[in-house]
Design a protein around this ligand. Structure first.
Ligand code: HSE
Length: 412
């Protein structure tokens, strides 16, 4: 019998309790032994909840109990999750987590600590909720040079963008509705400003490149500037706007970024809508594979955590080695990244404005929306961010160009 402890009885923690109780037979068969939750740590009390029997408010109960071989950390945040995780690993207890903030910040170090003490640090649920993407990178795609990882990694923003696109709503109205439904937090910044997706793509690219992709080095844009009119332009060119995490690994170097992209129906990510996540990995031999599923939610996320618990219990003697070194990966400067973008131009004389654009960019196809006679858009040729910025500055100095209303990258 393996005895485990769960740190945090929030959404994921209570999900872990539920999955282990509901699927106890399957869990036992796959772990080769019964798994029992001996402690749940939380500051709160839960009167009437079955968890009461195993509830503790004191982490020392867990760390000092030699019977505990695996600890589930689903508290979220950096403190005290980092200290608790470190102490568990140093005491010879494996740790399984859904905590992407902690994994993105200290993943490499905690893996090293685990290895030093003959245990494992597993984090399947930190990216893509229930989608088995970490295990795929660690154990399945092992004969490949990974060329690209691209994904819709945040369910909240994907829900909001889908709603804006399908119902012609403005960002603020959709955010309000998503908050009322409980999809978006009261403080939505981690989701809508792209920080959540940034941590997730940084974790995936760290595993792909076997070094530390520091999320602080990743250029990150959220969806807060996306408008109903952007959605109309997207529809006019047969595309949808998705918040993508993109990591590329070429001979010239690697880059990672998070931003809204215009995605066409030739992309497998086009059909990923609502709260779902989709992740594409391209290997140099394998080509492209795609993973799709619930990227959040109590049971899906908890199921991924419990799969890690099963792994940790089953591989107690010979723990899994995860290649993610502490050394930082040098990313290509963001300014060098070549992109093509949809550029929206405000102009009271659109015909003269279009001529001004062609004087800077050469011959262009323009997109003119009905009922928008003071603006138009065009798709810029692929060039580096720095080159494009320079051309846009030149354009702003031209007559009949009143403003640049926005730019959105084209996915390719
Ligand atoms: N806020 C996250 C999302 C939860 O919307 O995808 C899962 O990490």
């Amino acid at each position: 019998m393996a005895k485990i402890a769960v740190l945090g009885y929030g959404t994921v923690g209570s999900g872990v309790y539920h999955v282990i109780k509901t699927n106890s037979g399957i869990v036992e068969k796959n772990a080769n032994e019964k798994i029992e939750i001996k402690y749940v740590l939380d500051l709160r009390d839960f009167p009437g909840d079955p968890v009461e029997d195993v509830l503790t408010h004191n982490f020392e109960d867990i760390i000092n109990d030699s019977e505990i071989s695996v600890v589930v950390e689903v508290m979220g945040g950096l403190r005290p999750a980092y200290e608790f995780t470190k102490r568990c690993l140093e005491s010879g207890k494996s740790v399984c987590t859904s905590n992407k903030e902690l994994v993105a910040e200290h993943g490499a170090e905690l893996i090293e600590t685990a290895e030093k003490h003959g245990v494992t640090y597993l984090f399947e649920a930190s990216v893509g909720g229930g989608i088995p993407i970490i295990r795929t990178l660690i154990s399945s795609i092992t004969s490949e040079r990974i060329l690209e990882i691209k994904g819709i990694l945040n369910g909240t923003t994907n829900y909001m963008l889908t709603k804006m696109s399908k119902e012609g709503l403005e960002y603020g109205d959709v955010l309000k509705e998503a908050q009322e439904k409980g999809y978006a937090e009261r403080n939505p910044s981690a989701d809508v400003e792209g920080h959540d997706a940034c941590r997730k793509i940084s974790i995936l690219m760290s595993l792909a490149l076997e070094g530390q992709v520091d999320y602080k080095d990743v250029h990150t844009e959220g969806i807060t500037e996306i408008t109903k009119t952007d959605m109309e332009y997207a529809a006019a060119i047969g595309k949808e706007i998705k918040l993508l995490g993109v990591g590329k690994n070429s001979k010239e170097g690697s880059y990672v970024m998070v931003a809204p992209f215009l995605v066409g129906d030739e992309s497998p990510l086009y059909g990923v809508r609502g709260v779902f996540n989709g992740i594409c990995i391209t290997g140099n031999m394998l080509g492209e594979v795609m993973f799709y599923g619930k990227g959040a939610g109590k049971e899906a996320t908890a199921a991924a955590v419990v799969s890690d618990v099963i792994d940790a219990v089953r591989n107690k003697i010979n723990p899994k080695r995860i290649k993610w070194a502490c050394e930082k990966v040098a990313l290509l400067p963001f300014e060098n990244i070549p992109q093509s973008k949809l550029i929206r131009i405000e102009s009271l004389d659109t015909e003269a404005g279009k001529k001004a654009v062609e004087s800077v960019f050469g011959n262009m196809d323009f997109i003119q929306l009905e009922n928008h006679d003071d603006e138009f858009a065009f798709i810029s040729p692929k060039q580096s961010e720095a080159e494009l910025d320079e051309k846009l500055s030149m354009l702003l100095n031209k007559d009949n160009i009143d403003n640049i209303l926005g730019t959105i990258r084209i996915e390719e």
